[in-house]
Design a protein around this ligand. Structure first.
Ligand code: NAP
Length: 326
């Protein structure tokens, strides 16, 4: 008889209430080079709300279970898996069957060892946030030691990751948050300076902190609000990487001519196998050296997935990565 598990299922696109908890979902069986994981925690990423709403360009076929960033323990491995075994602590960078569930199936190359220094919640904060931050900083902006980066929205999942990765690479790190708690979190996660993006005039303070020169790189979490002012804050040859944007914005293209600056889109989806391997190696090095330490914010039990989806979009005041616990 098939084993059953609790999992969130989406049978139609729509608001958070389409995230339904089901108790009779069959536990999947691992196939060739697949790993079955007993899930302890799963990261909640904003993109999962866009997909669930039906507004995202790439839609899964219905019904589906959301979630890519799982941490847990290997339950069983399929044929051809040699690097992992039952009982190993792991985290994922993608899943086959969705992470908002008690068990998750993932391809072997998307499953990585979770060091004993991190708990499961932290393990669920690694995948999308750290791979996106790495892509924005190093694959797109080509950020280098000695440059200054502004992480515009540094208190959430991607922002904390960007601060830690940039600091470890020798950049000067400026980060923003919208609350006192967020500012403290940003400073505790390797930013040299923190600024409140809800405070009038904060961009002048950022310029002052660079001696009026501006920053070489901006990792932008809300481009539809900030892109125009970002262009003013860049140094000569500066790069803005657009990680997040929730609508249109008017900019003056002359601002890019004045500094010979660049606006670069970021989409983790387009990372090549080689780029993914490079990122995995960098994360592994950071985990073992100890400077890479995910910061976990709001936590919700699996049955409150709909509330988590509501809050990640509508309740500002991020303080680290949002996770679901099983
Ligand atoms: P998150 O954990 O919810 O964090 C959101 C961040 O945005 C918080 O630091 C928040 O700060 C900040 N923010 C809010 N208002 C802001 C403003 N006016 N200016 C600057 N920052 C502001 O989300 P996340 O996981 O870090 O993701 C951030 C964005 O990147 C989302 O839009 C997500 O969809 C996108 N993303 C894109 C990719 C890609 O491949 N392109 C991959 C992953 C994520 P406060 O709450 O403190 O105000």
């Amino acid at each position: 008889m098939a084993r059953l598990m609790r999992a969130i299922r989406v049978s139609e696109f729509g608001g958070p209430s389409v995230l339904q908890l089901c108790s009779d979902v069959p536990v999947p069986n691992p196939g060739q080079r697949q790993v079955l994981i007993r899930t302890h925690a799963c990261g909640v990423n904003p993109v999962e709300t866009y997909i669930r709403s039906g507004a995202y360009a790439r839609k899964p076929s219905l019904p589906y279970t959301p979630g890519t960033d799982v941490s847990g323990v290997v339950e069983e491995v399929g044929d051809g898996v040699s690097a992992l075994k039952a009982g190993d602590r792991v985290f994922t960078t993608a899943t086959e069957t969705g992470g908002y569930a008690e068990f998750t199936l993932a391809c072997e190359d998307c499953v990585h060892p979770l060091p004993s220094s991190l708990d499961y919640m932290q393990g669920a904060a690694l995948g999308v946030p750290y791979c996106t931050a790495y892509r924005a900083l190093f694959h797109r902006a080509q950020a280098k030691a000695g440059e200054t980066v502004l992480v515009h929205g540094a208190s959430g999942g991607v922002g904390v990751a960007a601060c830690q990765l940039a600091r470890a690479r020798g950049l000067r790190v400026l980060g923003t948050a919208g609350t006192a708690e967020g500012l403290e979190l940003v400073l505790n996660n390797q930013a040299h300076l923190a600024f409140n993006h809800r405070e009038p005039g904060y961009t002048s303070k950022i310029m002052e902190a660079t001696g009026g020169q501006g920053v070489e790189v901006i990792v932008e979490m809300l481009a539809n609000v900030n892109l125009s002012t970002d262009l003013q804050m860049l140094a000569y040859g500066g790069r803005v990487t657009v990680v997040g944007s929730r609508g249109p914005i008017e900019i003056n293209p002359r601002d890019t001519m004045a500094k010979e600056s660049s606006i670069m889109g970021v989409a983790l989806f387009f990372a090549t196998a080689e780029e993914k391997n490079e990122c995995a190696s960098a994360l592994s090095a950071g985990l073992h050296a100890g400077w890479l330490r995910p910061s976990v914010g709001r936590q919700y039990p699996l049955e409150d997935a709909a509330q988590a989806h509501h809050d990640i979009i509508n309740s500002p005041g991020a303080s680290g990565k949002m996770v679901l616990t099983m």
